[in-house]
Write a protein that binds this ligand. Structure first.
Ligand SMILES: Nc1ncnc2c1ncn2[C@@H]1O[C@H](COP(=O)(O)OP(=O)(O)OP(=O)(O)O)[C@@H](O)[C@H]1O
Length: 245
């Protein structure tokens, strides 16, 4: 394990049962006349066993926030704390990579599946990266596909699956490494509303059953019903959630 970076609020983080905490998160892109404040001082606590929905109009900073919480980008100011006492946003790149592989699953709007691989092979990718032995890999891939109801589609390639099925493969791939944090950026953005609602139901079920700390971005108000917590962004700042839940 890497070195622990102590921070003064460790006790309060444990008490609040938050798995991830963002404090005063700022992210600036560019400089001078082209400077953009994508995030401008956002605080967020992400608890286990709950879906935190990040919503806001296009350009409000949702993707930027999810990238910071998921260790895919670093803040210009502020920090991201983990419940083990480490500061994710200040770890060395190698340690961030280890946290990402061991603790975080990612689901993408465009599914991110490898077209030449079958559903099962796509789900297997993270386990190969973790060098999990072949026997265990097969078992865990089967379990993950069963969890999303796709056990009969293991051999099919992405182009042979519907959009909703492809996203379920994406969710199985995110969960196969048994993460305790799930980052899903507009996971229903390419799905029709009925399929999107089913995918959100699936995310809610696994989040609650497996006590995962899930962060899901969307600008679809219909999906708010699945949120345990809503974080509303406007121009890179956190504002009171809209009343249309
Ligand atoms: N790499 C980058 N370089 C420059 N500007 C960026 C970069 N990434 C994001 N931005 C800007 O930061 C702001 C927030 O972008 P972000 O993608 O986080 O918003 P969003 O709420 O996810 O939008 P959408 O709903 O359209 O995906 C936007 O003004 C965007 O143009």
């Amino acid at each position: 394990m890497g070195k622990r970076t102590a921070y003064p609020d460790e006790a309060s983080l444990t008490r609040s049962s938050a798995v991830l905490v963002g404090q005063g998160l700022r992210r600036t892109f560019g400089s001078g006349a082209t400077e953009v404040h994508a995030l401008d001082g956002v605080d967020i606590e992400v608890p286990a066993g709950a879906i935190t929905v990040v919503r806001g109009p296009s350009g409000s900073g949702k993707t930027t926030l999810l990238n910071l919480l998921g260790g895919l980008d670093r803040p210009s100011a502020g920090r991201v704390l983990l419940d083990d006492g480490r500061v994710l946003s200040e770890l060395a790149e190698k340690e961030v990579l280890a946290v990402r592989r061991q603790r975080i699953g990612y689901v993408f709007q465009s599914f991110g599946l490898v077209p030449v691989l079958s559903a099962a092979e796509n789900v297997e990718v993270p386990l190969r990266l973790q060098k999990v032995a072949v026997g265990e890999r097969t078992e865990r891939v089967e379990q993950a596909l069963a969890m999303v109801g796709l056990e009969r589609h293991a051999k099919q390639r992405p182009y042979e699956l519907s959009g909703g099925q492809q996203q379920r493969v994406g969710i199985a791939r995110a969960l196969v490494s048994r993460p305790d944090i799930l980052i899903a950026d507009e996971p229903t953005g390419q799905l029709d509303s009925e399929t999107g609602a089913l995918v959100m139901d699936l995310l809610a079920r696994v989040t609650h059953e497996q006590q995962i700390a899930s962060v899901v971005s969307t600008h679809d108000p219909v999906l708010m019903g699945r949120a345990d917590q809503v974080v509303q962004l406007q121009d890179g700042r956190r504002v009171a959630p809209d009343a249309d839940r």
